[in-house]
Ligand binder design. Structure first.
Ligand code: ATP
Length: 496
């Protein structure tokens, strides 16, 4: 029953007693004390009782349901085999692991891996989040940690399992460096209790063997005590998937969906560099929604392509800029596209002047292969592409607009990459001690040189650019193939 109703009834009863000459104040004091104590106990155990995920057995997910992540899977499987074949490995004197830490960007499949791990060793599975441990009440977090391990054993026994996996998501909330948090005593006590519980785990003596799997996006802020051998002594990196990984994940999430014959998952995998598994799942879902919206029975490649834009930029907006603004947006985006195609032939995937999310229009690039190392040439070309929007506005209208501010931030980041990798004229520099004025001068030099280059190319192709701009004004969107075909027809366009 809600607290307000109970309080109202009690107050009315006390007034009634008081009107009849009975002093009910001592009775009320005892009632309040009992309520506070009850509330405290409830809070300390509520993490287990109330967590909807806590009794999830994780049965459904297996390693086959996880696309890519081969390195992470292999690392995890080896650690799990130590637990599964305990008798065998103990003959070799190998100590099974008590904790495994999964680190990586959001949505890369850390929770899925933990569930698959639990399934692999046929264990019970309990899932909590680091933030669920933290309360205003001192000592509640530590109490919840004790309760968590107790419940893990009880759940395993009840389900006749020999193991239990405790999965702690966002573990950095409780396992951040001690003494750093403002209400640090409560945080420190919670972490200390987790360390105590993990130290107390024994593969030999415990009837239920517990494996703690932690997950975090911020391994850099973890207290070193948590990473010392005997606690989380295996750290498994769960990276963003590469092209093959993305293809596998796309296959998993399109299984059972009605795909048209023109769907090319390999092409989609190529166009989604930087997407996590969660993004790809969302992409497949959005493609299906778009197909349904269009009244189609099957999902086509065009639905996937539009879904990519939607996942990156957000939903299309009803906002309609004026005709003059639309033309400026078209000039800006065509500028980006022209320079992109100039330095990186075949790189333009889509150009559009439809507003989505924060963007009034955009040009999306694709790349044949995932790139992890960047040369100076490559970074300079990217700066030229980033500033080509503003350069095109200057060439066509004589001045640029605020639409270029995001591009400038991006160009500055790229210029810093060149400078801090020792590839600028400054040579190798210490990024922490370089004077701000010198840094600013070098950034401007790198950026202005590339902007001038972009402007020169656009000047040279001004007439042709206007043709593409007209097409975009009429059609709002243009795919890379159409753009390239128009450029090919323009005889004097030469790529770098
Ligand atoms: P967070 O750090 O935000 O908690 P996470 O790394 O734990 O994220 P999950 O919760 O495991 O990510 O993944 C979210 C969803 O994304 C999954 O339910 C699944 O649909 C999809 N997904 C992520 N990675 C993969 C993958 N490798 N294979 C298949 N699906 C994936």
């Amino acid at each position: 029953m809600p607290f307000e109703i109970i309080a109202g009834v009690v107050l009315a009863f006390m007034i009634f007693l008081f009107a009849n000459g009975i002093n009910a104040l001592p009775l009320a004091a005892i009632g309040i004390l009992a309520y506070v104590l009850q509330n405290y106990t409830d809070k300390s155990s509520s993490i287990i009782k109330n967590s909807p995920k806590s009794t999830d057995t994780g049965k459904a997910i297996t390693f086959e349901d996880i696309g890519g992540q081969d390195t992470a899977k292999n690392e995890l499987l080896e650690a799990l085999d130590f637990i599964k074949d305990y008798d065998e490995i103990s003959k070799m004197g190998i100590r099974p692991l008590k904790g495994i830490l999964l680190t990586g960007a959001p949505g890369t499949g850390k929770t899925l891996l933990a569930k698959a791990a639990s399934n692999y060793i046929d264990s019970a599975f309990i899932s909590v989040s680091g933030s669920e441990f933290i309360e205003l009440y001192a000592g509640v977090g530590a109490q919840r940690v004790r309760q968590l391990f107790k419940t893990a054993r009880e759940v395993a026994r009840k389900n006749s399992k020999k193991h239990c996996v405790i999965f702690i998501d966002e573990i950095e909330v409780i396992a951040g460096v001690r003494g750093k948090n403002s209400s640090h005593l409560e945080y420190d006590q919670t972490l200390n209790q987790l360390l105590v519980e993990m130290d107390g785990l024994s593969a030999k003596d415990d009837d239920v063997k517990i494996l703690v799997i932690g997950a975090t996006n911020r391994p850099d802020i973890l207290d070193p005590a948590i990473l010392r051998p005997g606690r989380f002594d295996r750290i498994v990196r769960v990276d963003l998937p590469d092209k093959d990984g993305r293809l596998e994940i796309l296959k998993l999430h399109t299984k059972g969906k009605p795909l048209a014959e023109d769907v090319n998952l390999e092409q989609i995998a190529k166009e989604t560099f930087g997407f996590s598994g969660a993004h790809l799942e969302n992409l497949c879902n959005e493609a299906a929604i778009l197909a349904r919206r269009a009244g189609e029975k099957v999902i086509r490649q065009c639905h996937f392509m539009e879904a990519i834009d939607k996942v990156i930029m957000g939903e299309k907006l009803r906002r309609k800029p004026t005709k003059a603004e639309m033309r400026r947006i078209a000039v800006h985006e065509c500028g980006h596209a022209l320079i992109s195609e100039f330095f990186k032939p075949n790189s333009v995937s889509t150009i559009t002047i439809t507003s989505r999310g924060q963007a009034l229009g955009y040009m999306r690039q694709k790349q044949e292969e995932d790139i992890y190392l960047y040369t100076k040439n490559h970074l300079e070309a990217e700066i030229a592409i980033a500033l080509a929007g503003a350069a095109a506005e200057e060439v066509i209208f004589g001045e640029s607009s605020t639409g270029a501010s995001g591009d400038i931030d991006h160009a500055v980041d790229l210029a810093k990459k060149i400078i801090f990798s020792g590839m600028s004229e400054m040579g190798i520099v210490d990024k922490d001690s370089i004077p701000l004025k010198e840094l600013h001068q070098e950034i401007s030099k790198v950026i202005n040189a590339q902007k001038a280059k972009a402007k020169e190319i656009i000047e040279k192709h001004k007439d042709e650019l206007n043709l593409v701009i007209d097409y975009l004004m009429e059609n709002e969107k243009m795919d890379g193939e159409t753009f390239r075909k128009m450029l090919k027809d323009l005889k004097n366009f030469k790529v770098a």
